[in-house]
Design a protein around this ligand. Sequence first.
Ligand code: ATP
Length: 223
Amino acid sequence: MINDALAPLLAVYGGTFDPVHYGHLRPVEALAQLAQLSRVIIMPNNVPPHRPQPVANSLQRKEMVALAIADRPLFELDERELRRSTPSYTVDTLNAIRQEKGARQPLAFIIGQDSLLTLPQWHQYQRLPQLCHLLVCRRPGYALTMSQPEHQVWLNQHLTQDIHELHRRPAGCIYLADTPLWDISATLIRQRLEQHQTCDDLLPPAVADYIQRQGLYQHTANA
Ligand code: ATP
């Protein structure tokens, strides 16, 4: 039977998650309300090409994400990047998902404002809106406009505030979501843990317990 109705918007959230924290989870939960997302695929990176290597290994980062989302039905873990042995450029991953799901599937990639600002340094970033929408969560301390005028022009060409566009079109829009600010980073958590400071309000208790059991982030100076 041919189904002419569009499939629900598939939203993918990539990151290093070294470790996963409330600054990852809560903005995306708020985004899901604003953009009417019923499910978010959370996808830990294997070897992020534009960043230093993670402190926790792939298995540990995957297990922390699994613990963090165990009581958060919005999220579903996707291990595809962790199974790869080669660097996983976002554009390649999204291209693979696009091939799997077909040209009509509404597809989105979720990023924070800091990632939007550095997007022009990503491999083939201009292909991203051809493959998917970009949904951007706010993050404290990061400018709301691009530093280079030509990048702002590029951004403006794709901006939408109409969430129905995200559900109706397969790709092509950038949505800057007015999500609440959480001033949390994995770097801050690694630094606090190294200094034996608590991180109670920064990440889920199950993740904190796991970090302690594994002895993670005890000596990560400059990581
Ligand atoms: P690190 O401190 O190690 O650089 P991070 O906390 O920025 O890590 P990542 O795993 O690199 O976390 O980020 C994955 C995604 O989550 C990115 O798109 C990033 O912009 C977003 N993100 C991370 N922290 C926040 C936050 N506090 N608010 C909004 N978005 C965030």
